[in-house]
Ligand binder design. Sequence first.
Ligand code: C2O
Ligand code: CU
Length: 474
Amino acid sequence: MSPARYGADIAGFLLLVTLLAGCGEEVAPPDLRQPAGWDDALRLPDAEDHDPAPDVVEVHLEAKAVEIEVIPGLTTEVWTYNGMLPGPTIRAKKGDRVVVKVQNHLPEATTVHWHGLRVPATMDGTEHMQKPIEPGEGFEYSFDVHDAGTFWYHPHIRSSPQVGAGLYGAFVVEEAAEEAQLGDDLLLVLSDIGIKDDGSLAPADESGWFGDYFGREGSTVLVNGKILPTIAARAGVPQRWRVVNAARAHYFRFAVPGQPLVQIGGDGGLLERPLPVDEVTLVPGERRELYMLPVEGESVVIPLLDANRFHLPAEEAPRDFMRLELVDEPPGHGAPPLPRRLTEIASIDTTGARGQAVEFMEQGSADGSVLGINGQTDGSLMLFAETNTVEVWTLTNTTNYDHPFHLHGFFFQVLDIDGAAPPVRAWHDTVNLVPGETVRIAIPFDDRAGMWMFHCHILDHADMGMMAMLHLMP
Ligand code: C2O
Ligand code: CU
């Protein structure tokens, strides 16, 4: 439906509403409004923009410890940006300049990495390109945002302890031009946290080697920092869920009972076309945009399913995750149908592309196995590539468990998994590696020379040594 046609419908509704109101009758307008307070339990504050220029967003982030109530009745000291869990949402338009002034009030050094954003290497927040921000010091990040989509930010030194203590936030880049109607935005930042009975945070090195090797999952699952929050919805009124997995190690898998879900976006903005799905899995670091046009039905608890990243014979029982409350209001109607084509994603020409092999592996040692990449288990592996070339990387996993591969600074397309092409074309910065499978990705490098990291996004694994560098040379 064209915007003009949609506008005419709205005008029709308004006329009808006026007429009905004239009759003194109490009828909810048959429009496309969400129920009152539909996202009250979940709305995340946007970071304040301190620059009045329309195409510059200046945000101030203070990394600091604060005491908050994550579990009702218990006080927990968490690490936050601006005292919030998650940190404030940074919002910009495609093409904007973004300036982020970071102050470190933590007891240890930190950096901020802009996961998925194509920033210059010097702004990427990794130790190879930036001096860590020491306690009491600050750093100013500034970069242009080139891609619309759902991204996030988090520290990149001692990532597992720092992210695990609460340092993460969403970063949304909106399309500069008018976009198709894809429903009302709802950000869902998924994470977990380990909290002991007395309210204190579980120690960052909990369970020692086991914690490192298996990846630390917190006992409490959070959505936007909340336990089991409620989303209100109305049949016929579409919602656009922007979902981020900001957990250290947790794979989030869920379905919405009784409601159809359509995936419309991934790590790097919209998919080429909508993809109806029965359920969704986000590995650490990944994003998904989902279009949910509720049908009439029951309010439900959305279960969190076991993603079984260890490939155990039996799945764990589902846990309560979120509530979807279908309000008792007349269904909305007139939602424009989803466009058959959401965006243009060019196929990458891989003729003559250089190939590289990346193997996520493990090595036995006297103190238990260690994880690594291509035989290096201390993060020292360095691959080389040239600016403005296309490479095809063959990713394998010879361990017994899943690992999410993440590349900094560049999007890639998945060409095939064990020879099978994915159902729709999309841009990724993270992809799950299942043991024994071969994932081929095509990476178009641009001119941003420098040192870029790639690693497992189970942050305990990255910290353990399942990480490496890509030196992109002019
Ligand atoms: Cu989201 Cu190297 O990280
Ligand atoms: Cu891993």
